[in-house]
Design a protein. Structure first.
Length: 240
């Protein structure tokens, strides 16, 4: 009796590990770098840590970024290319429009809103930048030159012009910016970086209240200004 031989088992298909697209790998490396530095600081992060976090070798990392400075510029390139950063041009346009009609609340409100939005959308990036400032790292100056200097210069000119018009109290315009913009940065840092007890006030309402506090500090109440103008012989309708 012929017993049929058992059928040969079907060959096990070879599962090929899919390779990540070059653009996706590039973004993954940048995100891994941000997350690593956000946890350990620049001094506590090595290239091998970034590579390990991304699941690649250091050779792959250096294939994309020849130097650490290349990596830092690439991170800022990525930030400039994100939807929030692309809105920077629109933000500047909004500031110019508000400044043209002397809408102080509009100017400082737009900046404060952008600050809260940026911290909310990418707290790891801002934690990394906090390390950069604390460590005196190159990344801090790169960030200022590429993403911050234009807005600071514009706001400083606006403050100086409003002081000259008598709308803002006299004083060091740089201190005025520290007060006006730094207030929003401080609140956003506490909420999204340090994890302090979150206020029940939504961000948009917080922006409105903070801007009100800032303008109350920068501007003289109308009654006081009118009394001072009358005392100085400038007339009831004078603004400076």
């Amino acid at each position: 009796m012929n017993v049929p031989a058992p059928a040969s088992p079907s060959p096990i298909p070879v599962v090929r590990k899919s390779r990540m697209h070059a653009d996706d790998r590039y973004r993954q490396l940048l995100r891994s770098a941000i997350d690593c530095v956000a946890r350990n600081g620049f001094g506590g992060t090595k290239t091998k840590d970034i590579a390990a976090a991304a699941g690649v070798s250091e050779a792959i990392l250096f294939r994309h970024f020849a130097t650490k400075e290349d990596l830092y510029h690439a991170i800022l390139d990525m930030k400039e290319g994100q939807p929030a950063a692309k809105g920077a041009k629109r933000l500047m346009q909004q500031l110019e429009e508000c400044a043209a009609i002397r809408d102080d609340a509009g100017v400082f409100g737009a900046i404060a809103r952008a600050v809260f939005g940026s911290f909310r959308e990418d707290p790891a990036f801002h934690r990394m930048m906090l390390y950069a400032m604390l460590e005196g790292h190159l990344m801090a100056s790169l960030f200022h030159k590429r993403l911050g200097a234009g807005f600071k210069d514009f706001l400083r000119r606006y403050v100086v012009s409003r002081q000259a018009e008598g709308a803002f109290r006299p004083g060091d315009p740089d201190l005025v910016l520290d007060f006006a913009v730094g207030t929003a940065v401080h609140c956003a840092t506490g909420k999204y970086i340090f994890g302090l007890k979150k206020s029940a006030t939504p961000d948009e309402e917080a922006v409105k209240q903070l801007v009100g506090f800032v303008l109350n500090g920068l501007t003289e109440p109308a009654a006081t200004r009118l009394r001072n103008n009358k005392k100085n012989g400038k007339g009831a309708h004078a603004t400076s």
